[in-house]
Write a protein that binds this ligand. Structure first.
Ligand code: NAD
Length: 303
């Protein structure tokens, strides 16, 4: 029987800080398929995440859906993906109470920890499920240079840096995946602050990284364009409920996307079953990307 089998593979999912996001759905699907899963968590969210895990507050959502067992994390690494090394981090942030006892939380620090824990051939799968746009609520016309560059740094360049640093620690035939949104290619009013630009860069970089990492290490690099989902980050933007409702009404499959659906699609893309796929943007959005007009357009009559 053909099935997704990730037994013996080790995955790192960057951007998991609770059980309500797409990264969590992906981590769970990978573990359910047999992979050992490590996560990397943003320092401001790390304390509460570890407390929830320790107190068993997530035990229901950690439980597998297709078989006995539950997701458990081999490691929870601290990561601030805006910084390639600690020298880049402002002294004030290094001294922040949420950062100061964590050691090197940069991308270089993450690679060093992974290598120290698992050696030179540490990983098979790397997922980038993180984004941040400090001015996301501002239209592009009102976005500052600082806000725009911060969005690109946290949400797009962080993937380039992740592939640069973890590519050499990933066994040949490894697989990288990031998460994007249709705002990269179509206007989504309200998704501002340069986040649409960052997602466009992320999708373009995926193609170039697929070429370079493929030739250099034999790794694959893909991106999933997910439909709107009420994660913590998306809820903070302020209109995710309206967006989900709109998509439910106007997609070929008129229902909201679930994290599990993104997780199982990711498990396929990251598995050897997808060995022929790289540089690809896979839509996991109930078909929303295929639409060119609202479903009720033909029911409307000209005035
Ligand atoms: P989420 O809140 O679960 O995940 C975002 C994560 O990014 C959080 O854990 C946050 O702590 C982390 N993060 C932010 N800045 C960071 C930094 N500097 N360093 C390290 N981690 C940082 O939300 P989500 O919506 O599941 O987002 C996951 C990915 O999916 C993002 O790339 C997002 O843009 C993308 N996406 C989301 C949707 C949606 O509607 N929710 C749709 C398409 C794509």
């Amino acid at each position: 029987m053909l099935s997704i089998d990730l037994a013996g593979k080790r995955a790192l999912v960057a951007g998991v800080a609770d059980d309500a996001g797409l990264g969590f759905g992906i981590a769970k699907a990978l573990a359910e398929a047999g992979a050992e899963v490590c996560v990397a968590t943003w320092p401001p969210a790390l304390g509460i995440f570890e407390t929830l895990l320790r107190r068993g507050k997530m035990s229901d959502s950690l439980r597998f859906e297709s078989r006995e067992g539950a997701l458990s994390f081999a490691r929870v690494y601290p990561l601030d993906a805006e910084y390639d090394s600690m020298e880049d981090m402002p002294a004030e942030l290094r001294e922040n109470r949420r950062y100061k006892d964590l050691g090197d939380v940069s991308l270089a620090g993450l690679a060093a920890r992974v290598q120290a824990d698992f050696g030179d051939q540490a990983l098979d799968i790397v997922v980038h499920s993180l984004a941040n746009g400090p001015e996301v609520k501002r239209p592009l016309l009102e976005t500052s240079r600082k806000g725009y560059l911060a969005a690109s740094s946290a949400s797009a360049y962080s993937f380039v840096s992740l592939v640069q640093r973890l590519g050499p620690l990933t066994r040949p035939g490894g697989s990288f995946l990031a998460l994007t949104y249709i705002a990269a290619e179509r206007v989504i009013p309200g998704y501002g602050g340069g986040m649409s630009s960052a997602k466009a860069a992320l999708e373009s970089d995926t193609r170039t990284l697929a070429f370079e990492a493929g030739r250099k290490w034999g790794h694959r690099v893909n991106v999933i364009s997910a439909g709107p989902f009420a994660s913590r980050a998306a809820s903070a933007i302020g209109f995710i409920g309206t967006m989900i409702d709109y998509c439910r009404k106007h997609t070929p499959l008129p229902e909201p996307i679930e994290a599990r659906e993104v997780g199982t699609a990711a498990a396929f893309m990251l598995s050897p079953l997808a060995s022929g796929i790289t540089g690809h943007t896979l839509y996991v959005d109930k078909g929303y990307h295929a639409m060119g007009a609202p479903t009720d357009l033909s029911a409307k009559t000209d005035a």
